[in-house]
Design a protein around this ligand. Structure first.
Ligand SMILES: [Zn+2]
Length: 507
C-alpha cells in the first residue's frame, strides 16, 4: 500500500494528490474524528480524510492504487474545499464509502466551522460498500440479512482479512499520528477498492459490461477522429482517453517545470479522466447519491448510540430548484460530437408531446415498455443520445446519471409544451418540415411519393384507402418503419395549418 500524508498544500504530496485525483475514476473515502465521549450539541471535528485513489481503469493494473491521508488538522480547509467539492460531485469519479453519510455530515460541519459554508451537501455518483456486499451475498445465493455488517466483517468475508478496529476510538487529533494509526486509516479506505474489485469482476462476468470500447481501443489505430465520431456508440470518452494518453506523453517528456505549467493549463480542459465503459455501466446501474438535508446539519442529541448503522443512503431531493432548467448543450450539439439532429425521448406522461414533435418533423421516441423503470428510460436516452422529456420531478433525481440529458417540461398543454421545447432547445422549425415524420411510430417516410395505384397496392390487407381519394391524383407517403400510408388530403392540410399557427411560423 502506497500511503502519502498530505499536511500542506505547498508540499509534493499535495501535487501528487491533485495529479492522482485527475487520473482516478474510482476512489474510496473514509474519515476519522476524535470521538465525543458524552452527548454534545456539536458534531465532532474531522481531523483526517482518507482518499484511496484507483489509478487507471484496467482491472489488470489494479495494483496501481495510492492512499492519501489528508491531515485536516494542519491544512487550511478553505484551500482544499473547492477541490474536495469537485471530487465529491465529479461525474468522472465513482466514490466508494462505508456509510459515508455520517462522515459527510461531520466533514461538512468541520468545514463550515472554518468558514467554508455551506460545507458539502452531495456525493455523487456514490456506491455504498454495504450495498455492494448485499449484492455479492445475493449472487452467492445467500440470504441477505437485514442487519448491516461492520466493514471489518465484510472485509473478512469478501477479501479474507479483517480490519483491526482497536484504533477506531484512538485520539485522531493527536499529531504526529502513530504508525499504527496511519496503517489503520489507510487500510480502511483502501479495502473499499478491494471489495469493489470483487464486485466489479462479478458484474463484468455476468455480461453487464460491454467490451465495445475495449475492442475499439485495440483497433482504433487506423481510425481517424471522424470515424470515431461517426461510430454508432461514438463515445466522447474514447476521445477523452486518447487525449489523456497524449497528455501523459507530453508530461512524461517535458521538464518538471513545463509539467507544472501544462498540468495547470490542462486541468481546466480535462479536470478528470473519464470512466471506462464498464465502470460507467456500473455507475448507471448501481450508482447512488448522498445528499445532506437541512436537518442533517443539526446534531441530534437524542440519537441513540450506534445509530450510525441505520443511516441509509438518502435520495430525496432537498429542492428541485434549477434542476428543470437547461444548462448546457444538448447531446446532438455538433461541438459535442453530435449529428445536429435533435432527438427526444418522451416519458409516458408527455406522450402527446411526442406526437406533436413528430408533426413538426422532430425525432421523438417513446419508451420501449409501457411502464418503464427510471433506469430503463435513462438507458434508452443514453444509448440513443436523446434528451429525456418528462414532467416527473422524481426522474430528475437520476439526472446525474446522464448529464444534461433530462428536461422537465413545465407546461401542461401539448401546444404549449411543444413551444416550450422548441424555445428551450432552439429548434429551427420550417414549414416543409411539418408532417414529414410518421406520427404513429416516429419513422421517416420513403424518399419518393407513391401514386394512387402504388398506394393501393402497398395498402393491401393492411390499411384501407377511401375510394373517394382515387380520382384526386394525390401524393401518398409511406412510413419506412410501420408502412402506414399518409396522403395530402384535407386532414393533412388542416394539420399543417394548425402547426403553422402553433409554431407561429407566419409571424
Ligand atoms: Zn410509422
Amino acid at each position: 500500500m502506497d500511503v502519502h500524508i498530505v499536511s500542506s498544500i505547498d508540499s509534493p504530496e499535495f501535487t501528487h494528490l491533485t495529479r492522482a485525483l485527475s487520473r482516478s475514476t474510482l476512489i474510496g473515502l473514509d474519515a476519522e474524528w476524535k470521538p465525543i465521549r458524552s452527548q454534545q450539541s456539536t458534531f465532532p471535528m474531522v481531523t483526517l480524510l482518507q482518499l484511496a485513489c484507483q489509478l487507471g481503469d484496467d482491472p489488470a493494473q489494479w495494483d496501481e492504487s495510492l492512499v492519501f491521508l489528508l491531515d485536516l488538522a494542519s491544512i487550511p480547509l478553505s484551500s482544499i474545499w473547492e477541490l474536495l467539492k469537485d471530487v465529491f460531485v465529479s461525474p468522472d469519479i465513482l466514490k466508494l464509502g462505508f456509510k459515508f453519510k455520517q462522515d459527510l455530515i461531520f466533514l461538512s460541519s468541520t468545514f463550515r466551522a472554518q468558514g467554508c459554508d455551506p460545507g458539502f451537501d452531495k456525493v455523487e455518483p456514490y456506491l455504498d460498500i454495504t450495498n455492494v456486499y448485499k449484492f455479492l451475498q445475493h449472487k452467492q445465493g445467500k440470504k441477505v440479512s437485514k442487519d448491516t455488517k461492520s466493514l471489518s466483517a465484510i472485509c473478512k468475508e469478501v477479501l479474507g482479512f479483517s480490519l483491526c478496529k482497536e484504533l477506531q476510538c484512538s485520539d485522531w487529533s493527536h499529531r504526529p499520528l502513530t504508525e499504527e494509526q496511519i496503517r489503520y486509516a489507510a487500510t480502511d479506505a483502501h479495502c473499499l477498492l478491494g471489495i469493489f474489485k470483487v464486485f466489479q469482476a462479478k458484474v463484468v462476468k455476468e455480461g453487464h459490461s460491454c467490451n465495445k470500447v475495449k475492442e475499439l481501443r485495440q483497433f482504433n489505430v487506423s481510425l481517424g477522429l471522424k470515424d470515431i465520431l461517426e461510430m454508432p456508440d461514438g463515445d466522447n470518452k474514447l476521445i477523452g482517453t486518447k487525449f489523456c494518453n497524449a497528455l501523459d506523453i507530453v508530461q512524461a517528456t517535458a521538464s518538471s517545470e513545463d509539467c507544472e505549467r501544462i498540468a495547470k493549463g490542462v486541468e481546466v480542459i480535462r479536470k478528470t479522466k473519464p470512466m471506462d465503459e464498464s465502470l460507467w455501466k456500473i455507475v448507471r446501474k448501481y450508482g447512488e447519491k448522498l445528499l445532506l438535508r437541512e436537518s442533517d446539519r443539526i446534531p441530534k442529541t437524542s440519537k441513540k448510540k450506534g445509530k450510525k448503522g441505520s443511516l441509509m443512503v438518502d435520495c430525496r431531493e432537498k429542492q428541485l430548484e434549477n434542476s428543470g432548467d437547461w444548462q448546457g448543450p444538448p447531446p446532438w450539439d455538433i461541438s459535442l460530437g453530435g449529428d445536429g439532429c435533435p432527438k427526444f425521448l418522451c416519458d409516458v406522461m408527455v406522450e402527446g408531446l411526442a406526437k406533436h414533435l413528430r408533426c413538426v418533423g422532430v425525432d421523438a421516441a417513446i419508451p420501449h415498455s409501457k411502464k418503464p423503470e427510471p433506469r430503463e428510460l435513462i438507458d434508452q436516452a443514453y444509448k440513443e443520445k436523446r434528451v429525456l422529456l418528462t414532467r416527473d420531478a422524481k426522474l430528475l433525481r437520476h439526472q446525474y446519471l446522464i448529464r444534461n440529458q433530462i428536461y422537465r417540461v413545465k407546461n401542461l398543454l401539448k401546444n404549449e409544451q411543444l413551444l416550450e421545447v422548441i424555445e428551450i432547445f432552439q429548434l429551427k422549425i420550417s414549414e416543409d418540415q411539418l408532417m414529414s415524420r410518421c406520427t404513429k411510430c416516429n419513422g421517416r417516410f420513403i424518399q419518393k411519393p407513391l401514386t394512387t395505384e402504388e398506394a393501393i397496392e402497398a395498402a393491401k390487407g393492411f390499411q384501407r384507402i377511401p375510394n373517394c381519394l382515387f380520382d384526386k391524383n394525390l401524393e401518398f407517403w409511406q412510413c419506412m418503419d410501420c408502412n402506414q400510408l399518409y396522403w395530402e388530403g384535407t386532414q393533412y392540410h388542416n394539420a399543417v395549418q394548425k402547426f403553422i399557427d402553433v409554431c407561429k411560423l407566419n409571424e
